[in-house]
Write a protein that binds this ligand. Structure first.
Ligand SMILES: C[S@@+](CC[C@H](N)C(=O)[O-])C[C@H]1O[C@@H](n2cnc3c(N)ncnc32)[C@H](O)[C@@H]1O
Length: 216
């Protein structure tokens, strides 16, 4: 028993992946292909994908906004969980990486449910209508996290849920001596969210840290 969050050692992580994550073959194939890419580590962890799918079901999401698609794992996790009535908008500016995503989404039969916007996310978001989404996920360039946060608050329905990735930034947020642009952006946003009267929020220690934010 412990009243402190456990350190997840390799043994425990292996157990979580074996017992706690039921990853489909399509997701396994996408993970296998992505791990060979130079930037493959940008993909979310399997247990986080499973958790995000669970959240989509929990809030009965039918519309999902994703900022930072990469090779499409998080999108696949959420759209599969939403089922055939679900629709999504994905923002990314890399054709190379999202071409991989599209190939796997086609195999999963979910490609027609996803509107992929290939541009700077800031531009793509500007063209979207207010309060259209049940669920959103921010996982793109950290410098713009605050811009994406404000846009997501505009774009989510009242009581909609936002998930923000990498809020621990490998632990750097807790070390005040680290003051690079990305760490500062995440640190400032974490603080802002926790005292933002427009939302309720909770920091979750899964993957590299996930902030759950509920719009009031
Ligand atoms: C950490 S990865 C996303 C991982 C993805 N959620 C997954 O599950 O695999 C970040 C993505 O953000 C995209 N990105 C970075 N800056 C961007 C920007 N300004 N506008 C749009 N996309 C951006 C990158 O091309 C990259 O694919």
């Amino acid at each position: 028993m412990s009243n402190k969050t456990l350190d997840i050692n390799d043994n425990l992580l292996e157990y979580i992946l074996k017992v706690g994550v039921d990853e489909s073959l399509i997701k396994q194939n996408l993970r296998d292909e992505t791990k060979n890419l130079e930037m493959g580590k940008m993909q979310i962890a399997p247990e986080q994908g499973a958790f995000m799918g669970f959240i989509a079901k929990l809030v009965n999401a039918k519309s999902y906004l994703e900022i930072g698609v990469f090779t499409g794992y998080s999108m696949l996790s959420v759209v599969e969980a939403m089922g055939k009535e679900g629709c999504a908008v994905g923002c990314d500016m890399s054709k190379e990486w999202t071409d991989i995503a599209l190939r796997h989404w086609k195999k999963a039969g979910i490609d027609t449910q996803i509107n992929l916007k290939l541009d700077k996310a800031e531009e793509s978001l500007r063209g979207l209508e207010n309060e259209g989404f049940d669920l959103a996920f921010i996982d793109a360039d950290k410098e713009n996290y605050d811009v994406y946060y404000e846009e997501c608050l505009r774009l989510l329905k009242p009581k909609g849920l936002l998930m923000i990735d990498n809020i621990f930034w490998g632990g750097a947020v807790a070390n005040e001596k680290i003051r690079d642009v990305d760490t500062l952006a995440i640190r400032v946003l974490n603080k802002k969210i926790m005292s933002d009267s427009r939302v309720d929020a909770s920091m979750l220690s899964i993957g590299d840290g996930l902030m759950l934010v509920k719009k009031r």
